[in-house]
Ligand binder design. Structure first.
Ligand SMILES: *Cc1c(COP(=O)(O)O)cnc(C)c1O
Length: 341
Protein backbone atom coordinates (compact mmCIF):
# COMPACT_ATOMS: atom_id res chain seq x y z
CA UNK A 1 0.00 0.00 0.00
CA UNK A 2 1.31 3.46 -0.88
CA UNK A 3 0.88 6.32 1.56
CA UNK A 4 0.25 10.03 1.31
CA UNK A 5 1.70 11.09 4.67
CA UNK A 6 4.89 12.50 3.22
CA UNK A 7 6.99 12.23 0.12
CA UNK A 8 9.70 10.74 2.34
CA UNK A 9 7.65 7.55 2.84
CA UNK A 10 8.73 6.53 -0.67
CA UNK A 11 11.84 4.54 -1.38
CA UNK A 12 14.84 5.30 -3.58
CA UNK A 13 14.12 5.89 -7.26
CA UNK A 14 15.78 3.33 -9.57
CA UNK A 15 18.08 5.90 -11.19
CA UNK A 16 19.47 7.08 -7.85
CA UNK A 17 19.86 3.51 -6.64
CA UNK A 18 21.72 2.56 -9.81
CA UNK A 19 24.08 5.50 -9.36
CA UNK A 20 24.59 4.58 -5.70
CA UNK A 21 25.52 1.01 -6.64
CA UNK A 22 27.81 2.22 -9.40
CA UNK A 23 29.74 4.27 -6.84
CA UNK A 24 30.32 1.19 -4.71
CA UNK A 25 33.46 0.11 -6.54
CA UNK A 26 36.83 -0.11 -4.90
CA UNK A 27 38.40 2.55 -2.75
CA UNK A 28 38.01 6.29 -3.12
CA UNK A 29 39.27 9.31 -1.18
CA UNK A 30 37.05 10.20 1.79
CA UNK A 31 35.35 13.42 2.98
CA UNK A 32 34.23 14.58 -0.46
CA UNK A 33 37.57 14.43 -2.22
CA UNK A 34 36.25 11.82 -4.64
CA UNK A 35 35.26 11.59 -8.28
CA UNK A 36 31.49 11.27 -7.70
CA UNK A 37 31.28 14.30 -5.44
CA UNK A 38 33.28 16.33 -7.96
CA UNK A 39 31.02 15.23 -10.82
CA UNK A 40 27.78 15.79 -8.91
CA UNK A 41 28.93 19.29 -7.94
CA UNK A 42 29.83 20.02 -11.56
CA UNK A 43 26.45 18.72 -12.74
CA UNK A 44 24.71 21.04 -10.26
CA UNK A 45 26.77 23.95 -11.58
CA UNK A 46 25.50 23.04 -15.06
CA UNK A 47 21.90 22.77 -13.86
CA UNK A 48 22.11 26.25 -12.32
CA UNK A 49 24.25 27.65 -15.15
CA UNK A 50 26.66 29.32 -12.76
CA UNK A 51 29.84 28.65 -10.81
CA UNK A 52 28.16 27.98 -7.46
CA UNK A 53 29.68 26.33 -4.39
CA UNK A 54 28.08 22.97 -3.50
CA UNK A 55 27.97 20.95 -0.24
CA UNK A 56 26.19 17.67 0.46
CA UNK A 57 24.62 17.12 3.89
CA UNK A 58 22.36 14.46 5.38
CA UNK A 59 19.01 16.18 5.78
CA UNK A 60 16.99 19.31 5.33
CA UNK A 61 17.11 20.48 8.92
CA UNK A 62 20.91 20.47 8.80
CA UNK A 63 20.98 22.11 5.37
CA UNK A 64 18.67 24.94 6.45
CA UNK A 65 20.19 25.40 9.89
CA UNK A 66 23.79 25.50 8.70
CA UNK A 67 23.00 27.66 5.67
CA UNK A 68 21.16 30.19 7.83
CA UNK A 69 23.91 30.10 10.45
CA UNK A 70 26.44 30.96 7.77
CA UNK A 71 24.46 34.11 6.93
CA UNK A 72 23.92 35.33 10.49
CA UNK A 73 25.69 36.45 13.59
CA UNK A 74 24.03 35.43 16.85
CA UNK A 75 22.44 38.89 17.27
CA UNK A 76 20.79 38.74 13.83
CA UNK A 77 17.30 37.58 12.90
CA UNK A 78 15.74 35.61 10.07
CA UNK A 79 12.40 36.61 8.56
CA UNK A 80 10.32 33.56 7.63
CA UNK A 81 6.72 32.67 6.92
CA UNK A 82 4.83 31.59 10.03
CA UNK A 83 4.28 28.14 8.46
CA UNK A 84 7.93 27.76 7.44
CA UNK A 85 9.56 24.41 8.21
CA UNK A 86 12.48 26.27 9.85
CA UNK A 87 9.99 27.76 12.31
CA UNK A 88 7.64 24.83 12.90
CA UNK A 89 9.55 21.60 12.26
CA UNK A 90 13.27 21.94 12.92
CA UNK A 91 13.29 21.79 16.70
CA UNK A 92 15.12 25.10 17.00
CA UNK A 93 17.94 23.90 14.73
CA UNK A 94 18.48 27.25 12.98
CA UNK A 95 18.61 29.08 16.33
CA UNK A 96 20.92 26.44 17.80
CA UNK A 97 23.43 26.33 14.96
CA UNK A 98 23.50 30.13 14.66
CA UNK A 99 24.09 30.46 18.40
CA UNK A 100 20.83 32.28 18.91
CA UNK A 101 19.73 34.13 15.76
CA UNK A 102 16.01 34.67 16.21
CA UNK A 103 13.37 33.65 13.68
CA UNK A 104 10.79 36.36 13.03
CA UNK A 105 7.62 34.78 11.59
CA UNK A 106 5.44 36.81 9.23
CA UNK A 107 2.07 36.14 7.68
CA UNK A 108 1.18 35.72 4.05
CA UNK A 109 -1.60 34.22 1.95
CA UNK A 110 -1.05 30.74 0.54
CA UNK A 111 2.05 30.08 2.60
CA UNK A 112 3.98 32.82 0.82
CA UNK A 113 5.77 35.89 2.09
CA UNK A 114 5.20 39.17 0.27
CA UNK A 115 7.41 42.26 0.00
CA UNK A 116 4.87 44.08 2.19
CA UNK A 117 5.04 41.46 4.93
CA UNK A 118 8.85 41.47 4.84
CA UNK A 119 8.97 45.28 4.83
CA UNK A 120 6.69 45.38 7.87
CA UNK A 121 9.05 43.14 9.84
CA UNK A 122 12.16 45.05 8.74
CA UNK A 123 10.55 48.40 9.65
CA UNK A 124 9.14 47.19 12.97
CA UNK A 125 12.23 48.00 15.00
CA UNK A 126 15.72 49.27 14.32
CA UNK A 127 16.86 49.85 17.88
CA UNK A 128 19.62 48.00 19.64
CA UNK A 129 17.22 46.00 21.80
CA UNK A 130 15.84 43.97 18.91
CA UNK A 131 17.69 41.32 16.83
CA UNK A 132 18.73 42.88 13.54
CA UNK A 133 17.03 41.33 10.48
CA UNK A 134 19.70 39.77 8.31
CA UNK A 135 18.04 37.06 6.20
CA UNK A 136 14.74 36.37 4.48
CA UNK A 137 13.99 32.70 3.97
CA UNK A 138 11.51 31.45 1.36
CA UNK A 139 10.25 27.89 0.98
CA UNK A 140 9.88 26.69 -2.62
CA UNK A 141 7.50 24.85 -3.08
CA UNK A 142 5.84 26.12 0.11
CA UNK A 143 4.74 24.05 3.08
CA UNK A 144 1.15 24.14 1.80
CA UNK A 145 1.84 23.13 -1.76
CA UNK A 146 1.90 26.50 -3.47
CA UNK A 147 4.74 27.86 -5.59
CA UNK A 148 6.42 31.27 -5.71
CA UNK A 149 6.54 32.77 -9.21
CA UNK A 150 9.95 34.10 -10.37
CA UNK A 151 8.72 37.71 -10.12
CA UNK A 152 7.47 37.16 -6.56
CA UNK A 153 10.90 35.90 -5.50
CA UNK A 154 12.65 38.74 -7.30
CA UNK A 155 10.47 41.38 -5.62
CA UNK A 156 11.22 40.01 -2.14
CA UNK A 157 14.93 39.59 -2.90
CA UNK A 158 15.18 43.13 -4.23
CA UNK A 159 13.66 44.52 -1.07
CA UNK A 160 15.85 42.28 1.07
CA UNK A 161 19.09 43.26 -0.65
CA UNK A 162 18.17 46.95 -0.56
CA UNK A 163 17.94 46.60 3.21
CA UNK A 164 21.14 44.62 3.67
CA UNK A 165 19.44 41.24 4.04
CA UNK A 166 20.42 37.97 2.38
CA UNK A 167 17.97 35.57 0.76
CA UNK A 168 17.83 31.87 1.63
CA UNK A 169 15.59 29.33 -0.09
CA UNK A 170 14.39 26.11 1.56
CA UNK A 171 14.04 23.93 -1.50
CA UNK A 172 13.06 20.64 0.13
CA UNK A 173 10.62 20.39 -2.81
CA UNK A 174 12.57 22.51 -5.28
CA UNK A 175 12.14 19.84 -7.96
CA UNK A 176 8.35 20.01 -7.67
CA UNK A 177 8.47 23.80 -7.95
CA UNK A 178 10.64 23.68 -11.08
CA UNK A 179 8.42 21.02 -12.65
CA UNK A 180 5.36 23.12 -11.82
CA UNK A 181 6.70 26.41 -13.15
CA UNK A 182 8.60 25.04 -16.12
CA UNK A 183 11.23 27.63 -15.21
CA UNK A 184 14.99 27.32 -15.50
CA UNK A 185 16.52 26.59 -12.07
CA UNK A 186 18.60 29.77 -12.40
CA UNK A 187 15.49 31.89 -12.93
CA UNK A 188 13.99 31.17 -9.52
CA UNK A 189 17.30 31.23 -7.65
CA UNK A 190 20.33 33.43 -8.31
CA UNK A 191 18.83 35.38 -11.21
CA UNK A 192 15.91 36.26 -8.92
CA UNK A 193 18.29 37.19 -6.08
CA UNK A 194 18.54 34.00 -4.00
CA UNK A 195 21.93 33.80 -2.28
CA UNK A 196 21.75 30.26 -0.86
CA UNK A 197 19.55 27.31 -1.83
CA UNK A 198 18.98 24.12 0.13
CA UNK A 199 18.11 21.75 -2.70
CA UNK A 200 16.20 18.75 -1.40
CA UNK A 201 17.28 15.34 -2.57
CA UNK A 202 15.45 13.06 -0.15
CA UNK A 203 11.91 13.95 -1.17
CA UNK A 204 12.63 13.71 -4.87
CA UNK A 205 13.82 10.11 -4.64
CA UNK A 206 17.38 10.01 -3.32
CA UNK A 207 18.20 7.65 -0.43
CA UNK A 208 19.34 10.54 1.73
CA UNK A 209 20.80 13.99 1.43
CA UNK A 210 20.38 17.59 0.37
CA UNK A 211 22.70 19.94 -1.48
CA UNK A 212 23.51 23.34 -0.01
CA UNK A 213 24.24 25.64 -2.90
CA UNK A 214 25.90 29.02 -2.44
CA UNK A 215 25.44 31.31 -5.42
CA UNK A 216 27.51 33.98 -3.68
CA UNK A 217 30.76 32.17 -2.94
CA UNK A 218 31.83 34.78 -0.37
CA UNK A 219 29.08 33.44 1.88
CA UNK A 220 30.43 29.89 1.91
CA UNK A 221 33.77 30.76 3.42
CA UNK A 222 34.39 28.26 6.25
CA UNK A 223 31.13 26.37 5.47
CA UNK A 224 33.05 23.09 5.25
CA UNK A 225 34.26 23.57 8.84
CA UNK A 226 30.72 24.39 9.95
CA UNK A 227 29.48 21.13 8.41
CA UNK A 228 32.26 19.11 10.01
CA UNK A 229 31.65 20.58 13.47
CA UNK A 230 27.92 19.93 13.17
CA UNK A 231 28.48 16.26 12.32
CA UNK A 232 27.41 16.79 8.71
CA UNK A 233 30.62 15.92 6.89
CA UNK A 234 30.11 12.38 5.59
CA UNK A 235 33.36 10.50 5.45
CA UNK A 236 32.08 8.22 2.68
CA UNK A 237 30.74 11.28 0.90
CA UNK A 238 30.48 9.52 -2.46
CA UNK A 239 27.35 7.71 -1.24
CA UNK A 240 25.64 11.05 -0.56
CA UNK A 241 26.73 12.64 -3.82
CA UNK A 242 26.60 9.79 -6.36
CA UNK A 243 22.78 9.40 -6.29
CA UNK A 244 22.51 12.99 -7.53
CA UNK A 245 24.22 11.92 -10.75
CA UNK A 246 21.51 9.33 -11.30
CA UNK A 247 18.71 11.87 -11.19
CA UNK A 248 20.39 14.92 -12.73
CA UNK A 249 21.44 13.07 -15.88
CA UNK A 250 18.67 13.15 -18.46
CA UNK A 251 16.49 15.37 -16.23
CA UNK A 252 15.17 12.32 -14.37
CA UNK A 253 14.57 14.55 -11.33
CA UNK A 254 12.15 16.71 -13.34
CA UNK A 255 10.33 13.70 -14.74
CA UNK A 256 9.76 12.25 -11.27
CA UNK A 257 8.69 15.63 -9.89
CA UNK A 258 6.31 16.25 -12.78
CA UNK A 259 4.76 12.85 -12.17
CA UNK A 260 4.29 13.59 -8.45
CA UNK A 261 2.69 16.94 -9.33
CA UNK A 262 0.37 15.25 -11.83
CA UNK A 263 -0.74 12.74 -9.18
CA UNK A 264 -1.58 15.65 -6.87
CA UNK A 265 -3.67 17.17 -9.67
CA UNK A 266 -5.44 13.85 -10.16
CA UNK A 267 -6.19 13.65 -6.43
CA UNK A 268 -7.38 17.27 -6.26
CA UNK A 269 -9.64 16.81 -9.27
CA UNK A 270 -11.19 13.71 -7.71
CA UNK A 271 -11.68 15.33 -4.32
CA UNK A 272 -13.33 18.41 -5.78
CA UNK A 273 -16.21 16.24 -6.97
CA UNK A 274 -16.89 14.75 -3.53
CA UNK A 275 -19.52 16.43 -1.33
CA UNK A 276 -18.03 17.52 2.00
CA UNK A 277 -14.49 17.75 0.65
CA UNK A 278 -13.08 21.26 0.35
CA UNK A 279 -9.65 22.01 -1.10
CA UNK A 280 -7.87 24.53 1.12
CA UNK A 281 -5.12 25.84 -1.18
CA UNK A 282 -4.33 25.92 -4.87
CA UNK A 283 -2.59 22.68 -5.81
CA UNK A 284 0.60 23.82 -7.54
CA UNK A 285 3.12 21.16 -6.53
CA UNK A 286 2.77 17.63 -5.09
CA UNK A 287 0.70 18.34 -1.98
CA UNK A 288 -3.07 18.45 -1.56
CA UNK A 289 -4.65 20.06 1.51
CA UNK A 290 -8.29 19.26 2.02
CA UNK A 291 -10.93 19.72 4.67
CA UNK A 292 -12.88 16.49 5.25
CA UNK A 293 -15.44 15.58 7.90
CA UNK A 294 -13.81 14.01 11.01
CA UNK A 295 -15.67 10.76 10.40
CA UNK A 296 -14.16 10.49 6.93
CA UNK A 297 -10.66 11.10 8.26
CA UNK A 298 -11.23 8.48 10.94
CA UNK A 299 -12.57 6.04 8.37
CA UNK A 300 -9.56 6.55 6.11
CA UNK A 301 -7.20 5.87 8.99
CA UNK A 302 -9.19 2.73 9.89
CA UNK A 303 -8.71 1.56 6.31
CA UNK A 304 -4.97 1.93 6.70
CA UNK A 305 -4.29 5.25 4.96
CA UNK A 306 -1.55 7.42 6.45
CA UNK A 307 -1.64 11.20 6.17
CA UNK A 308 -0.90 14.19 8.39
CA UNK A 309 -3.38 16.64 9.87
CA UNK A 310 -0.92 18.77 11.86
CA UNK A 311 0.87 20.55 9.04
CA UNK A 312 0.09 23.94 7.62
CA UNK A 313 -3.15 25.67 8.42
CA UNK A 314 -5.41 22.75 9.25
CA UNK A 315 -7.11 20.10 7.17
CA UNK A 316 -5.60 16.85 5.97
CA UNK A 317 -2.41 16.84 3.93
CA UNK A 318 -1.90 14.31 1.17
CA UNK A 319 1.60 14.36 -0.30
CA UNK A 320 2.31 12.59 -3.57
CA UNK A 321 5.76 11.04 -3.73
CA UNK A 322 7.73 10.47 -6.95
CA UNK A 323 6.43 6.89 -7.19
CA UNK A 324 2.72 7.32 -6.36
CA UNK A 325 0.74 5.24 -8.84
CA UNK A 326 -2.51 6.53 -10.38
CA UNK A 327 -4.14 3.40 -8.95
CA UNK A 328 -3.15 4.48 -5.43
CA UNK A 329 -4.73 7.89 -5.96
CA UNK A 330 -7.87 6.24 -7.31
CA UNK A 331 -8.04 3.79 -4.39
CA UNK A 332 -7.75 6.67 -1.92
CA UNK A 333 -10.46 8.58 -3.78
CA UNK A 334 -12.73 5.54 -3.81
CA UNK A 335 -12.41 5.27 -0.03
CA UNK A 336 -13.07 8.99 0.48
CA UNK A 337 -16.16 8.65 -1.73
CA UNK A 338 -17.41 5.55 0.08
CA UNK A 339 -16.91 7.15 3.49
CA UNK A 340 -18.56 10.41 2.38
CA UNK A 341 -21.75 8.86 1.12
C1 LIG B 1 10.95 17.81 4.59
C2 LIG B 1 11.28 19.26 4.66
C3 LIG B 1 12.54 19.70 5.08
C4 LIG B 1 13.64 18.75 5.52
O1 LIG B 1 13.32 17.98 6.60
P1 LIG B 1 14.32 16.87 7.20
O2 LIG B 1 13.40 15.90 7.84
O3 LIG B 1 15.19 17.57 8.17
O4 LIG B 1 15.10 16.30 6.07
C5 LIG B 1 12.81 21.06 5.04
N1 LIG B 1 11.88 21.93 4.63
C6 LIG B 1 10.66 21.55 4.23
C7 LIG B 1 9.69 22.57 3.74
C8 LIG B 1 10.30 20.20 4.26
O5 LIG B 1 9.09 19.82 3.85
Amino acid sequence: MQHFASDNYAGICPEALQALLAANTGHAPAYGDDEWTRRASDRLREVFATDCDVYFVFNGTAANSLALASLCQSYHSVICHELAHVETDECGGPEFFSNGSKLLPARGEGGKLTPEAVREVIARRSDIHYPKPRVVTLTQATEIGTVYRPAEIAAIAELAHANGLRVHMDGARFANAIASLGAAPADITWRAGVDVLCFGGTKMGLPVGEAVIFFDRKLSEDFAWRCKQAGQLASKMRFLSAPWLGVLDGDVWLRHAAHANAMAQRLAAGLSGIPGARLLFPVEANGVFVELPPAVLEGLRARGWRFYTFIGAGGARFMCAWDIAPESVDALLADVRALSS
